[in-house]
Design a protein around this ligand. Structure first.
Ligand SMILES: Nc1nc2c(ncn2[C@@H]2O[C@H](COP(=O)(O)OP(=O)(O)OP(=O)(O)O)[C@@H](O)[C@H]2O)c(=O)[nH]1
Ligand SMILES: [Mg+2]
Length: 526
């Protein structure tokens, strides 16, 4: 894992723990990340130095002198280097690929210089030319690299535009060094004066204690000192990287501890069996309250009612009418109302207690300091609200799909029942007529096997009563069959919905926390 990847992983971990309410812990980790990124400059192990400065001061020549051979073209026509060029340690090329492609560096020379192992030098286009895009590029680059060497020459060292620019870069002061090049053109006395003057000007620009090198790319003077200084910087960076690496590693481990993740493999806060048992108990408790068998019975009764309303006998319809007037029928045959009434059928304790106990158990796996926050993240504080909402959802879904079905057969049966009812009325009327006439009217009889001659009105009366009862019985069987089918289906659906809703209401906080713990286990690297 590179240092950049490690800091990125730590950042993800910090975001994750913030997501479960560990704000303070996240902030501490972010402070480590911020400090690390500030200290590291280029976010890799390579030490990246950019050569910057006005055109013609000898940046490319200096790079060639440092490298010991021609890396970058040096010409009299200015500006010569109008695209950045990189001189990169062989084994750092990959690490630098992102930076180089962002810079649009098309020319990369690699080196295997033992003293400058891990050093990459960028030869940038000048910053004082008319081409302002060069300057913009440098502005963007500065925060992303380790260090900038401002190259000046005896003619341009006090250029006001350069110093104005440097004043805007005071924030980067400790990552800048200055190279007074073309020293071969100066006498010793002139050098001293120039260096003192440069130091003075830099101090006036807010850059006190500037590191100043005096070099000549042509004579090679001062070049070795500059190389040694760069090698030291690269070593110092390696130390900084190592320190940031350790800090990041420790910060990651601290985040892990905050959620009960140790150095070993991931173990859940709640063992699978314990979680299942708690859930089963809670679901059983919820089923007692929601009562799917009761719902099924209500559906069956509602279907039967509907059948009787459209196909019942005269007597049956009268009973139904009475039932609906007293409210009796509605109470026994209204599955939607029955579902909605779940709160009246018992307390939520049976659902809440097992869930709550399991969550409290789970929180035992994290240190006391973060336990309150973890308990909140687990949802232990508002299990009741969540469970109530879950059961309301179950009921809403079930009732929205609930239809009490009818059969096309029933209206036909209804007509038959009416005819039978009419026969019954006719028979009764007949008897009344006989009674009123005092026996004056002769009565037709019907010869029935075994029974002999029976008066016709009696046959009609008995036949209509028996016929109506038989049809009613058949209707009940048919409606019962439909009702059971629909009722059982709804009960099964409610049962499944209760199980899944209770699981997500009770355990979704735990799942979230576990996801964070898994991320912290896998993301910590080594
Ligand atoms: N006398 C002397 N001349 C130098 C020295 N360094 C560079 N030069 C000359 O200065 C001129 C410009 O050098 P470059 O290295 O191309 O300068 P540069 O800073 O890369 O210029 P740009 O690419 O245009 O930004 C060349 O003619 C070099 O030969 C030095 O130390 N002493
Ligand atoms: Mg150049």
């Amino acid at each position: 894992m590179t240092i950049e990847e490690r800091l990125d992983a730590l950042e993800r971990a910090a975001n994750a723990v913030r997501g479960i309410g560990l704000e303070q812990e996240a902030e501490s980790a972010e402070a480590v990340i911020r400090r690390g990124r500030e200290r590291i400059g280029f976010p890799g192990e390579a030490y990246v130095l950019a050569l910057a400065g006005g055109t013609g001061v000898g940046k490319s020549s200096l790079l060639n002198a440092l490298a010991g051979h021609t890396v970058s073209a040096v010409r009299a026509v200015r500006p010569t280097t109008d695209e950045p060029l990189a001189w990169v340690a062989e084994d750092r090329r990959e690490e630098l690929a992102g930076l180089l492609s962002w810079l649009g560096v098309r020319h990369t020379a690699s080196h295997a210089d033992a003293a400058l192992r891990g050093v990459a030098i960028l030869d940038l286009p000048d910053v004082d030319s008319v081409r302002t895009e060069h300057r913009a590029r440098v502005d963007e680059l500065l925060p992303r690299i380790d260090s900038v060497a401002w190259v000046v020459d005896p003619e341009k060292y006090d250029d006001e535009r350069l110093h104005a620019y440097l004043r805007s870069l005071v924030a980067h002061a400790d990552r800048m060094r200055f190279v007074l090049n073309k020293a071969d053109r100066l006498s010793d006395a002139e050098r001293e004066v120039l260096v003192a003057d440069l130091r003075h000007r830099l101090a006036n620009s807010g850059l006190s204690n500037a590191r100043i090198h005096v070099t000549s790319s042509t004579s090679g003077e001062g070049v070795d000192d500059l190389r040694a200084a760069l090698a030291d910087d690269a070593d110092a960076k390696a130390l900084v990287v190592a320190k940031v690496e350790t800090d990041a590693h420790d910060a990651h481990a601290t985040l892990g501890q905050a959620v009960g993740v140790g150095a070993g493999a991931y173990t859940p806060l709640l063992a699978g069996a314990r979680r299942e048992a708690a859930l089963r108990e809670a679901v059983d408790g919820a089923l007692l309250i929601v009562d799917p068998p009761g719902v099924s019975r209500q559906v069956q009764a509602a279907v039967l009612n509907r059948a009787r309303r459209s196909a019942g006998s005269l007597l049956g319809r009268a009973v139904l009418l009475l039932g609906s007037m007293t409210g009796q029928g509605r109470r026994h045959a209204d599955p939607a109302a029955y579902l909605r009434d779940w709160r009246r059928r018992g307390s939520l304790g049976r659902v809440l207690n097992p869930v709550h106990a399991a969550l409290v158990d789970a929180a035992q796996g994290v240190p006391a300091a973060t336990r309150p926050a973890i308990l909140r993240a687990l949802g232990a504080d508002d299990t009741e609200v969540a469970v109530t909402r879950a059961l309301d959802t179950v009921v809403r879904d079930a009732t929205s799909e609930l239809r009490v079905p009818a059969s096309w057969l029933w209206p036909i049966i209804g007509v038959v029942q009416l005819v039978v009812g009419a026969v019954f009325v006719l028979a009764v009327a007949w008897y009344v007529t006989l009674f009123v006439s005092g026996g004056a009217i002769p009565v037709a009889t019907l010869e029935l096997p075994l029974l002999g001659p029976i008066p016709l009105p009696l046959v009609l009366l008995a036949g209509s009563v028996i016929g109506s009862a038989v049809i009613g019985f058949g209707l009940s069987l048919h409606a019962g069959w439909i009702g059971r089918r629909i009722g059982h289906r709804l009960a099964a659906q409610v049962r499944a919905a209760v199980a899944s809703e209770i699981e997500s209401a009770g355990m979704s906080g735990l799942s979230r926390v576990e996801a964070v713990r898994r991320q912290l286990t896998s993301g910590r690297g080594e």
